[in-house]
Design a protein around this ligand. Structure first.
Ligand code: SF4
Length: 223
């Protein structure tokens, strides 16, 4: 994949200026990886869009971790609604086998390489499918807020799925990541210690996370 350096924040600025000038409020289906990353992105984009957050993350393992991240996402949305933020939530059923099939053959790659590009593609394609089906104006993802996620790769995939509906982004710019940490503290959100899949999880983090889940939510072991 050949990647050309671009300033996606400036491109997003231009789109947001155009929206403001036109006096319109488009609909946006925003794929969210977790509550903490979405906290900043929602607070930033809600001035311009009617947002529906789409929690679709079959990459997360184990299921107890998935349910914890989803419950924190739900809690955040409820908190934001109390502050009159225009945002709704829809969540997909957990299907980790779908992720495993999609990344088959790439399991041993290091984080940030080919397995992650496929993981992005799976989640962005599914988000686009729903955006198209439900008549959204744009689709996007919170993923670029993380310093560990390559905005060039994400935007290349988003454009390849549907360039006219993809909202370009690099949310880590302008202190986006730092602001997401501040908002996570404000809403007391659980912040995970690993990206999501079992291949990126080291043993210490795995057991620390499972301990936290069981202690905080009294969940049984994953199925
Ligand atoms: S490390 Fe993260 S982005 Fe990469 S495949 Fe695993 S869950 Fe997906």
């Amino acid at each position: 994949m050949e990647l050309v350096k671009e300033n996606f924040q400036l491109q997003l600025d231009k789109i947001l200026e155009d929206i403001k000038r036109a006096g319109i409020r488009p609909t946006l289906l925003l794929h969210s990886c977790c509550g903490p990353c979405s906290s900043y992105v929602i607070s930033y984009l809600a001035q311009y869009f009617n947002i529906t957050v789409f929690f679709y993350n079959p990459n997360i393992f184990p299921e107890a971790e998935y349910q914890l991240r989803l419950s924190e996402q739900k809690r955040l949305i409820e908190e934001l609604k109390k502050e009159d933020v225009s945002v709704d939530l829809t969540a997909a059923a957990y299907d980790h086998d779908e992720f495993l099939s999609f990344v088959k053959g790439f399991e041993s790659e290091k984080e940030g390489a080919g397995r992650c590009s496929l993981c992005f593609e799976l989640r962005l394609r599914k988000t686009y499918d729903m955006a198209l089906r439900e008549g959204f104006d744009y689709f996007c993802s919170t993923l670029s807020v993380s310093p560990h996620k390559n905005a060039l790769v994400l935007n290349k995939i988003g454009r390849s799925v549907n360039e006219s509906m993809w909202l370009v982004s690099d949310f880590k710019k302008r202190d986006g990541y730092k602001k997401s940490i501040e908002l996570s503290k404000k809403y007391e959100l659980y912040r995970q210690e690993y990206c999501g899949c079992e291949f990126a999880m080291n043993t210490h983090q795995h057991f620390a996370s499972l301990f936290f889940i069981k202690r905080s939510y009294n969940l049984g072991s994953s199925k």
